[in-house]
Design a protein around this ligand. Structure first.
Ligand code: ZN
Length: 458
C-alpha cells in the first residue's frame, strides 16, 4: 500500500507540474503573443524597424495621414500637414510613443489572439483607423505657434472629439532632420505637449479656486475684496500686477486679481483647494482612447500662508497637463459634465476600443457652479479681453501668465470655450515663454476657433 501511495504521489506531483507548465505557457502566450508578432524583427510587419504593413490612418475628413505600401511608409502628401499632425500620427521610427501608429499598433496591424497575424497580400492587412482630428486645422494650429514651443488643443465638449491637436517643435516625418545637431530647436520634439507635458498653470488655475469659492464661501457673490497691489500674509507678500482697489468676485476673476484669490485661498484652506484641484483632474491622468496623459500636480493640502495663497493662484508647485485642463474647461462649458476627450473616430472598432475607455462622461461640478463659471468666463472676454477681438465666437475664457523663474519670460496660456450650440468647442493654448496670456496665446486661440467654426458651421 505504501508503495502505491508513494507512486500516486509522484504521478500527482508530475501532473501538477505539467499543469503549471501549461498554464504558464498559456499565460506567456496571451501576454506576449501580440508583442512577439509585432517585434521589429518580424519581417511580416517591419522593415528596418519601420512598421511597413498596416492599416491606413485617416483624419476626420478622410485625408490620409499614414499608409504603408510595398514595404514603405507614406505620410500625407502635404508637408505642412505632415509636420502639423506628426505628433498625432507618429514619425518613421516610432519615437512619438503617443502617436497613433505606435499607440494603436494592435488595431492597425489587425493582430488578434484567435486568428494570429494577417498574411501579407494585397487585400489582407490590418484595420484602417480614422482619427477625430482635422488635419488641416491641426496644421494651421501648428503654424499659428510660429516656431514657438507650446501646444494648441481644440475639442468638442459635447462629443469628446479632439478636432485640433498641435505640438511644437515638430518636423516633417517623411524627410529626416538632424535633431541631434539642433538640441535647442528640437527640445522635447518627440513629446506631444498636449498629452504628455505639464506646465505651471498661472492664473488659469483661478477657475479651480473660483469653483471652490462658489461652493464654499456663502457670501461670495456679494463679497468685496480690496487690492493694494500687495497682499501681506504675516510678512510674506503676494504681489498683484496692478492695484485693483475694490473688486467684487466677478471682477476679481476678470482682472485676475492675485490679492482677491490669495484671500479666497486662505479662507478655503488647503483641504478644500486640494479637493477642487483633484475634481479638476490634477494629480491624476486622463486616458484618451487608452493613451495616458501626463499628471498635473497640486500640493495645496499641507500648504499654509503664502504657499497656500500662491497654490490658489496657480503658482507654488502647481503643474497642469494642457489636455487635462482643457477637459476641465470643457466640463464647465457642458454644464458641469466632463465628456472624456477621444482621438479615434471609427465606430466599427468600438468594441475593441471599449476596453480602454469605460465610461465616456462624468459630472464633476454641479449645474449651478458650472453656469456661474460660464457667466464669469464670458464676462472676462466682454470686460477685459475685448469682445471685438473674438466677435461671433461667443467666447468665454481665462488667460494665464505663468511665472517660470527669475529672468525668464512667463508662459502664455489661454483656455476657454465657445458658448454656441452649433459649435461647442473648448480649447487650450500654451506658448512657452510667450509672455502675457491674453495678448499672446489669446489671439492664437481666436484664429484657430474661427477656422474651426468654418469647418463646423456651414
Ligand atoms: Zn489685485
Amino acid at each position: 500500500m505504501k508503495l502505491i501511495s508513494n507512486r500516486s504521489k509522484v504521478v500527482m506531483a508530475l501532473s501538477l507540474l505539467i499543469l503549471v507548465g501549461l498554464l504558464f505557457f498559456a499565460y506567456k502566450y496571451v501576454k506576449n503573443a501580440s508583442w512577439w508578432v509585432q517585434y521589429p524583427t518580424n519581417k511580416h510587419y517591419y522593415n528596418n524597424g519601420q512598421l511597413v504593413s498596416s492599416g491606413k490612418i485617416y483624419d476626420r475628413s478622410g485625408n490620409i495621414l499614414y499608409e504603408t505600401s510595398g514595404g514603405r511608409v507614406y505620410f500625407n502628401e502635404n508637408k505642412s500637414v505632415r509636420t502639423g499632425v506628426m505628433h498625432a500620427t507618429g514619425d518613421l521610427h516610432g519615437n512619438v510613443v503617443t502617436g497613433a501608429q505606435v499607440a494603436f499598433k494592435d488595431l492597425l496591424t489587425g493582430w488578434n489572439l484567435l486568428n494570429g497575424a494577417f498574411t501579407l497580400n494585397e487585400d489582407s492587412r490590418g484595420h484602417d483607423l480614422t482619427l477625430t482630428i482635422d488635419a488641416y486645422l491641426s496644421a494651421e494650429a501648428y503654424e499659428l505657434l510660429n516656431g514657438r514651443k507650446g501646444t494648441v488643443g481644440v475639442y468638442n465638449y459635447k462629443t469628446g472629439e479632439i478636432i485640433a491637436m498641435a505640438s511644437s517643435p515638430s518636423f516633417d516625418p517623411q524627410n529626416s532632420v538632424n535633431i541631434a545637431e539642433n538640441p535647442e530647436t528640437y527640445e522635447g520634439v518627440y513629446i506631444n505637449r498636449l498629452l504628455s507635458a505639464t506646465y505651471t498653470p498661472g492664473s488659469v488655475f483661478k477657475l479651480v479656486t473660483a469653483a471652490a469659492a462658489i461652493d464654499n464661501i456663502n457670501d461670495i457673490e456679494s463679497r468685496v475684496f480690496h487690492c493694494d497691489g500687495e497682499y501681506d500674509i504675516n510678512g510674506d507678500i503676494v504681489t498683484c500686477p496692478l492695484v485693483h482697489g475694490d473688486v467684487n468676485f466677478d471682477d476679481a476673476l476678470a482682472e485676475s486679481c492675485n490679492g482677491a484669490f490669495a484671500e479666497m485661498s486662505l479662507e478655503l484652506g488647503g483641504d478644500l483647494l486640494q479637493k477642487y484641484a483633484e475634481i479638476a483632474g490634477f494629480n491624476s491622468s486622463l486616458k484618451v482612447d487608452g493613451i495616458e496623459t501626463a499628471k498635473g500636480v497640486v500640493n495645496a493640502k499641507d500648504a499654509i500662508g503664502a504657499d497656500l495663497a500662491w497654490a490658489g493662484i496657480g503658482q507654488y508647485t502647481d503643474m497642469t497637463n494642457p489636455l487635462n485642463f482643457m477637459a476641465y474647461v470643457g466640463a464647465i462649458a457642458n454644464d458641469g459634465v466632463l465628456v472624456y476627450p477621444k482621438i479615434i473616430k471609427n465606430n466599427d472598432l468600438t468594441s475593441l476600443i471599449k476596453k480602454y475607455t469605460g465610461s465616456s462622461q462624468k459630472r464633476i461640478l454641479s449645474y449651478d457652479t458650472a453656469v456661474n463659471l460660464q457667466r464669469m468666463m464670458r464676462n472676462n472676454v466682454i470686460k477685459v479681453y475685448g469682445e471685438k477681438n473674438y466677435e461671433g465666437l461667443e467666447l468665454a475664457a481665462k488667460s494665464g501668465t505663468a511665472e517660470v523663474g527669475e529672468g525668464k519670460t512667463p508662459h502664455s496660456l489661454f483656455v476657454g470655450f465657445m458658448d454656441r450650440e452649433d459649435c461647442p468647442l473648448a480649447f487650450v493654448v500654451v506658448i512657452e515663454n510667450g509672455g502675457i496670456g491674453s495678448r499672446v496665446a489669446g489671439p492664437v486661440a481666436g484664429k484657430i476657433l474661427r477656422a474651426a467654426m468654418k469647418t463646423m458651421v456651414k
